[in-house]
Ligand binder design. Structure first.
Ligand code: GTP
Ligand code: MG
Length: 201
Protein backbone atom coordinates (compact mmCIF):
# COMPACT_ATOMS: atom_id res chain seq x y z
CA UNK A 1 0.00 0.00 0.00
CA UNK A 2 1.13 3.54 -0.68
CA UNK A 3 0.46 6.41 1.70
CA UNK A 4 -0.31 9.30 -0.61
CA UNK A 5 -1.70 11.63 2.03
CA UNK A 6 -1.15 11.86 5.78
CA UNK A 7 -2.41 14.73 7.87
CA UNK A 8 -2.85 15.55 11.52
CA UNK A 9 -6.51 15.15 12.50
CA UNK A 10 -6.50 16.15 16.17
CA UNK A 11 -5.33 15.43 19.70
CA UNK A 12 -7.59 14.17 22.46
CA UNK A 13 -7.54 12.88 26.00
CA UNK A 14 -10.78 10.92 25.83
CA UNK A 15 -13.14 9.22 23.40
CA UNK A 16 -15.40 12.28 23.24
CA UNK A 17 -12.54 14.41 21.92
CA UNK A 18 -11.47 12.18 19.04
CA UNK A 19 -12.17 13.18 15.40
CA UNK A 20 -15.84 13.01 14.55
CA UNK A 21 -15.32 11.16 11.28
CA UNK A 22 -15.27 7.46 12.17
CA UNK A 23 -12.80 5.30 10.21
CA UNK A 24 -10.69 2.22 11.03
CA UNK A 25 -7.80 3.00 13.36
CA UNK A 26 -4.31 1.51 13.57
CA UNK A 27 -2.72 2.56 16.83
CA UNK A 28 0.89 2.44 18.06
CA UNK A 29 1.83 1.84 21.66
CA UNK A 30 4.81 0.70 23.70
CA UNK A 31 7.13 1.89 26.42
CA UNK A 32 8.03 5.54 26.42
CA UNK A 33 10.87 6.32 23.97
CA UNK A 34 10.54 2.97 22.13
CA UNK A 35 10.07 4.85 18.84
CA UNK A 36 6.30 5.06 18.24
CA UNK A 37 6.22 8.57 16.81
CA UNK A 38 9.37 7.98 14.73
CA UNK A 39 7.86 4.82 13.26
CA UNK A 40 4.70 6.69 12.31
CA UNK A 41 6.78 9.34 10.52
CA UNK A 42 8.75 6.62 8.75
CA UNK A 43 5.59 4.82 7.60
CA UNK A 44 4.12 8.08 6.30
CA UNK A 45 7.38 9.21 4.69
CA UNK A 46 7.20 12.50 6.59
CA UNK A 47 9.85 13.64 9.01
CA UNK A 48 7.75 15.84 11.24
CA UNK A 49 4.20 14.52 11.18
CA UNK A 50 4.33 13.09 14.72
CA UNK A 51 6.52 14.83 17.27
CA UNK A 52 9.51 12.86 18.48
CA UNK A 53 12.09 13.45 21.19
CA UNK A 54 15.22 11.86 22.56
CA UNK A 55 13.84 12.24 26.07
CA UNK A 56 10.97 9.94 27.03
CA UNK A 57 7.42 11.09 27.70
CA UNK A 58 7.07 13.28 24.60
CA UNK A 59 3.65 12.12 23.40
CA UNK A 60 1.09 12.84 26.11
CA UNK A 61 -2.11 12.86 24.09
CA UNK A 62 -3.93 10.57 21.67
CA UNK A 63 -3.00 11.92 18.22
CA UNK A 64 -5.00 10.97 15.14
CA UNK A 65 -3.52 11.16 11.64
CA UNK A 66 -5.84 10.77 8.68
CA UNK A 67 -4.31 8.54 6.02
CA UNK A 68 -5.43 8.58 2.37
CA UNK A 69 -8.79 9.93 3.62
CA UNK A 70 -9.65 6.33 4.55
CA UNK A 71 -8.14 5.33 7.88
CA UNK A 72 -6.33 6.69 10.89
CA UNK A 73 -2.93 6.14 12.39
CA UNK A 74 -3.12 6.81 16.13
CA UNK A 75 -0.03 7.82 18.11
CA UNK A 76 -0.46 7.01 21.79
CA UNK A 77 1.52 8.08 24.85
CA UNK A 78 4.09 5.56 26.07
CA UNK A 79 3.49 3.42 29.13
CA UNK A 80 5.93 2.88 31.99
CA UNK A 81 7.46 6.32 32.07
CA UNK A 82 8.59 6.64 35.67
CA UNK A 83 10.13 10.11 35.69
CA UNK A 84 6.94 12.07 36.10
CA UNK A 85 4.73 12.60 39.11
CA UNK A 86 2.37 9.85 40.27
CA UNK A 87 -0.49 12.09 39.22
CA UNK A 88 1.06 12.51 35.76
CA UNK A 89 1.52 8.75 35.43
CA UNK A 90 -2.09 8.16 36.43
CA UNK A 91 -3.27 10.67 33.88
CA UNK A 92 -1.31 8.97 31.09
CA UNK A 93 -2.59 5.53 32.17
CA UNK A 94 -6.16 6.90 32.11
CA UNK A 95 -5.64 8.28 28.59
CA UNK A 96 -4.23 4.97 27.34
CA UNK A 97 -6.92 2.87 29.03
CA UNK A 98 -9.65 5.22 27.86
CA UNK A 99 -8.45 4.78 24.30
CA UNK A 100 -8.07 1.01 24.48
CA UNK A 101 -11.40 0.39 26.17
CA UNK A 102 -13.40 3.03 24.34
CA UNK A 103 -12.27 2.92 20.74
CA UNK A 104 -14.74 0.86 18.74
CA UNK A 105 -12.88 1.61 15.52
CA UNK A 106 -9.53 0.17 16.61
CA UNK A 107 -8.70 -2.33 13.85
CA UNK A 108 -5.26 -3.26 15.16
CA UNK A 109 -2.83 -2.21 17.85
CA UNK A 110 0.89 -2.33 17.09
CA UNK A 111 2.82 -3.00 20.30
CA UNK A 112 6.38 -1.74 19.96
CA UNK A 113 9.30 -3.42 21.67
CA UNK A 114 12.89 -2.16 21.61
CA UNK A 115 14.75 -4.84 19.66
CA UNK A 116 17.92 -4.35 21.73
CA UNK A 117 16.46 -5.68 24.95
CA UNK A 118 14.64 -8.69 26.30
CA UNK A 119 10.90 -8.32 26.66
CA UNK A 120 10.27 -6.52 29.90
CA UNK A 121 7.73 -7.48 32.50
CA UNK A 122 5.76 -4.31 31.82
CA UNK A 123 5.50 -5.25 28.11
CA UNK A 124 4.40 -8.79 28.88
CA UNK A 125 1.80 -7.57 31.39
CA UNK A 126 0.49 -5.09 28.85
CA UNK A 127 0.26 -7.75 26.12
CA UNK A 128 -1.45 -10.19 28.49
CA UNK A 129 -4.05 -7.54 29.23
CA UNK A 130 -4.74 -7.09 25.52
CA UNK A 131 -5.70 -10.76 25.43
CA UNK A 132 -8.04 -10.28 28.36
CA UNK A 133 -9.81 -7.33 26.79
CA UNK A 134 -9.75 -8.88 23.31
CA UNK A 135 -7.78 -6.29 21.36
CA UNK A 136 -6.14 -7.58 18.15
CA UNK A 137 -2.45 -6.71 18.07
CA UNK A 138 0.85 -7.21 16.28
CA UNK A 139 4.38 -6.84 17.65
CA UNK A 140 6.93 -4.45 16.19
CA UNK A 141 10.60 -4.68 17.12
CA UNK A 142 11.97 -1.16 16.78
CA UNK A 143 15.42 0.40 16.29
CA UNK A 144 16.57 -2.59 14.23
CA UNK A 145 19.43 -0.48 12.81
CA UNK A 146 21.11 -0.54 16.22
CA UNK A 147 21.84 -4.28 15.99
CA UNK A 148 23.48 -6.31 13.26
CA UNK A 149 21.15 -8.65 11.32
CA UNK A 150 22.27 -11.76 13.20
CA UNK A 151 21.93 -10.17 16.65
CA UNK A 152 18.55 -8.74 15.66
CA UNK A 153 17.27 -12.15 14.56
CA UNK A 154 18.58 -13.75 17.74
CA UNK A 155 16.89 -11.16 19.96
CA UNK A 156 13.59 -11.45 18.08
CA UNK A 157 13.71 -15.23 18.53
CA UNK A 158 14.27 -14.83 22.28
CA UNK A 159 11.31 -12.49 22.54
CA UNK A 160 9.10 -14.75 20.45
CA UNK A 161 9.99 -17.64 22.76
CA UNK A 162 9.08 -15.54 25.80
CA UNK A 163 5.77 -14.66 24.15
CA UNK A 164 5.02 -18.30 23.34
CA UNK A 165 5.06 -19.06 27.05
CA UNK A 166 1.93 -16.89 27.31
CA UNK A 167 0.37 -17.30 23.88
CA UNK A 168 -0.40 -20.49 21.98
CA UNK A 169 -0.40 -18.65 18.70
CA UNK A 170 2.08 -15.84 18.15
CA UNK A 171 0.85 -12.52 16.79
CA UNK A 172 2.35 -11.14 13.57
CA UNK A 173 5.85 -9.73 14.27
CA UNK A 174 7.72 -7.04 12.34
CA UNK A 175 11.29 -5.73 12.58
CA UNK A 176 11.63 -2.04 11.84
CA UNK A 177 14.03 0.86 11.75
CA UNK A 178 12.87 4.44 11.43
CA UNK A 179 16.37 5.28 10.25
CA UNK A 180 16.69 2.79 7.36
CA UNK A 181 13.00 2.22 6.60
CA UNK A 182 13.26 -1.48 7.45
CA UNK A 183 9.82 -3.07 7.80
CA UNK A 184 7.91 -0.27 6.11
CA UNK A 185 6.45 -2.27 3.20
CA UNK A 186 5.64 -5.22 5.46
CA UNK A 187 3.66 -3.12 7.92
CA UNK A 188 1.83 -1.14 5.23
CA UNK A 189 0.94 -4.36 3.38
CA UNK A 190 -0.32 -5.88 6.59
CA UNK A 191 -2.49 -2.82 7.28
CA UNK A 192 -3.86 -3.08 3.73
CA UNK A 193 -4.75 -6.73 4.33
CA UNK A 194 -6.54 -5.91 7.60
CA UNK A 195 -8.46 -3.11 5.87
CA UNK A 196 -9.46 -5.53 3.09
CA UNK A 197 -10.65 -8.01 5.71
CA UNK A 198 -12.83 -5.31 7.31
CA UNK A 199 -14.51 -4.64 3.94
CA UNK A 200 -15.52 -8.29 3.63
CA UNK A 201 -16.88 -8.60 7.16
P1 GTP B 1 7.24 8.89 23.70
O1 GTP B 1 6.28 9.67 22.86
O2 GTP B 1 8.08 9.77 24.58
O3 GTP B 1 6.59 7.78 24.44
O4 GTP B 1 8.35 8.22 22.74
P2 GTP B 1 8.15 7.48 21.34
O5 GTP B 1 7.93 6.03 21.57
O6 GTP B 1 7.17 8.18 20.46
O7 GTP B 1 9.63 7.60 20.72
P3 GTP B 1 10.20 8.63 19.62
O8 GTP B 1 9.68 8.27 18.27
O9 GTP B 1 9.98 10.03 20.10
O10 GTP B 1 11.75 8.24 19.61
C1 GTP B 1 12.52 8.25 20.79
C2 GTP B 1 14.00 8.36 20.42
O11 GTP B 1 14.44 7.18 19.75
C3 GTP B 1 14.31 9.51 19.46
O12 GTP B 1 15.57 10.06 19.84
C4 GTP B 1 14.40 8.84 18.11
O13 GTP B 1 15.26 9.52 17.21
C5 GTP B 1 14.99 7.48 18.48
N1 GTP B 1 14.54 6.44 17.52
C6 GTP B 1 13.27 6.10 17.25
N2 GTP B 1 13.21 5.11 16.34
C7 GTP B 1 14.49 4.82 16.02
C8 GTP B 1 15.11 3.87 15.11
O14 GTP B 1 14.47 3.07 14.41
N3 GTP B 1 16.48 3.83 15.08
C9 GTP B 1 17.24 4.68 15.85
N4 GTP B 1 18.57 4.55 15.75
N5 GTP B 1 16.70 5.57 16.70
C10 GTP B 1 15.35 5.65 16.78
MG1 MG C 1 5.85 9.66 20.90
Amino acid sequence: MKISEAKFAGSSTDVAGRPKRRLPEFAFIGRSNVGKSSLINMLCGMRKLAMTSSSPGKTRLVNHFLINQKWYIVDLPGYGYAKISKEGQRRLADIINGYLLGSEDLALLFVLIDSRHDLMRIDMDFIDRLGEIGIPFAIVFTKGDKLGPVALQRQVERDREALSEHWEELPPCFCTSSVTGMGREEILDYIAAVLDGLKDS
